[in-house]
Write a protein that binds this ligand. Structure first.
Ligand SMILES: Nc1ncnc2c1ncn2[C@@H]1O[C@H](COP(=O)(O)OP(=O)(O)O)[C@@H](O)[C@H]1O
Ligand SMILES: [Mg+2]
Length: 423
């Protein structure tokens, strides 16, 4: 089989790494890919948002299955386009991808189906939003409706901050039309967890529960990022808690989407908070997570391609997802200054050293200059390690992180620490 992965980050590198281990696959392509991916797949330099060129490439190369990494092409309808042209692709249609494409759609959907989530109000009028925020209880969470590359959410601790956020989103329109509507929502307290499942529109197969580290600094301080590291499974989520998430949130969502004529096939990724009242949805993503994928796929034992074909045929109830014993931890190495301004084109050293056992280096923002790897983005690499215990997985990942250098390299020192503290 010939498989195409769309995207250029650590998530896509982990997908390529996993697909390489499938007995069903002969050739792997990636568009556009990066330096590390080009060592494992044939890279074709097509931007992820150029759907027509991606389609033509898939037709020309007789691709048997396409897997989409990032959200934008899904929300733009790449699945509809490929399927209308007779190509197999795994991901939600444009209508189903609204679960990520519009936070307002999702809040209203969750409310309609009584799926637990934070209390909220929606505004399309700037002055009305300001009036509400002026008297709202703090902290208050403000969210732009549409895709904002992970920058559309502000947690406000005082009204002045809320006014500033509303001015940015609704008045200065820094996210364009994605900020035409805003959600003002209740701040939830509790441990955050990422639940990823594959769905065939009816059944679900769950990957291990994972935890991302959104903030740039240790101890969850500083600005939100795309994610600075992850680990799985999450020891603080009990079997009973996981069961509640499945029966109160994930399964009802898949059922309700089908009932609203938006059958959901693809990866459903719920960002949740485990509150004192039970699990609540922060948001849905319509794809694999980054960096969760970099720890979840090395933990998984199933053949991913086989599972995806089962999902495409509506047969996921026949699949038993199996994870290895032990745990994985993944540490992101970023460019100094990220998520604000940072420099690129820094030569990366240490990638050619022999890898420790059960350790993987997934590339995000890297590219090749005269045969050498240089930095090409905010998040540069994810180092993942598996070990029988989370403690050892973390230590092992950091051992390899310590061997990699580039000018300005930055990483958090406490990835997985919350998992170790859990009773
Ligand atoms: N209601 C909320 N209460 C507490 N924290 C929140 C809430 N909503 C979002 N957050 C925090 O903000 C982060 C980003 O919000 P999210 O809804 O996941 O949007 P996005 O990933 O699109 O930026 C979350 O990972 C969480 O840490
Ligand atoms: Mg999120």
């Amino acid at each position: 089989m010939r498989v195409l992965v769309i995207g250029s980050g650590g998530r896509e590198h982990a997908l390529v790494w996993k697909i390489k281990r499938s007995a069903l696959v002969k050739k792997i392509y990636c568009a556009p890919g990066n330096f590390g991916i080009s060592r494992d797949a044939i890279c074709e330099n097509i931007p992820v948002n150029d759907l027509q060129r991606l389609l033509h490439f898939a037709v020309k190369e007789k691709i048997d299955l396409t897997i989409v990494g990032p959200e934008q092409p899904l929300v733009d309808g790449i699945v509809d386009l490929f399927e209308n042209n007779g190509l197999a692709i795994f991901g939600p249609t444009q209508r189903a991808a609204q679960l990520e494409g519009s936070k307002v759609f999702t809040k209203e959907f969750l409310a309609r189906h009584r799926i637990p989530s934070a209390a909220y109000a929606v505004f399309s009028d700037y002055d009305q939003a300001r009036n509400y925020a002026a008297v709202a209880r703090m902290p208050l969470v403000i969210k732009a409706d549409g895709l904002a590359a992970g920058k559309g959410v502000v947690i406000c601790h005082e009204p002045a901050q809320a006014m500033e956020a509303l001015s940015q989103i609704m008045h200065k329109r820094v996210f364009g039309a994605a900020g035409d509507k805003v959600i003002l929502e209740e701040f939830l307290q509790g441990e955050e967890v990422s639940i990823l499942a594959l769905s065939d529109g009816e059944h679900l197969v769950y990957l291990a529960p994972a935890q991302d580290h959104k903030r740039i600094f240790d101890g969850d301080q500083g600005a939100n990022t795309g994610g600075m590291g992850a680990y799985a499974p999450t020891p603080f989520l009990t079997a009973e808690g996981f069961e509640r998430i499945q029966s109160e949130i994930m399964a009802p969502t898949i059922k309700a989407m089908a009932g609203e004529d938006r059958p959901y096939r693809g990866v459903l990724y719920a960002g949740l908070i485990l509150t004192a009242q039970g699990p609540k949805v922060l948001e849905y993503n319509c794809r694999f997570g980054d960096p969760e994928t970099q720890v979840l796929l090395p933990l998984a034992q199933n053949d991913l391609i086989e599972t995806i074909f089962a999902a495409r045929s509506g047969l996921l109830h026949r699949v038993q997802w199996r994870n290895r014993e032990g745990a994985t931890a993944g540490v992101v190495i970023a460019s100094g200054g990220y998520p604000e301004r940072y420099e690129k084109e820094k030569r990366i050293y240490g990638l050619d050293k022999a890898l420790d056992q059960e350790t993987m280096i997934f590339h995000s923002g890297t590219r090749e200059v005269q045969g050498n790897p240089v930095t090409a983005g905010g998040r540069v690499l994810t180092v993942t390690a598996w070990a029988p215990t989370l403690r050892d997985a973390i230590d092992s990942a950091y051992r390899t992180v310590g061997k990699i250098t580039f000018d300005g390299a930055y990483y958090r020192k406490d990835i997985g620490a919350k998992g170790l503290r859990s009773p």
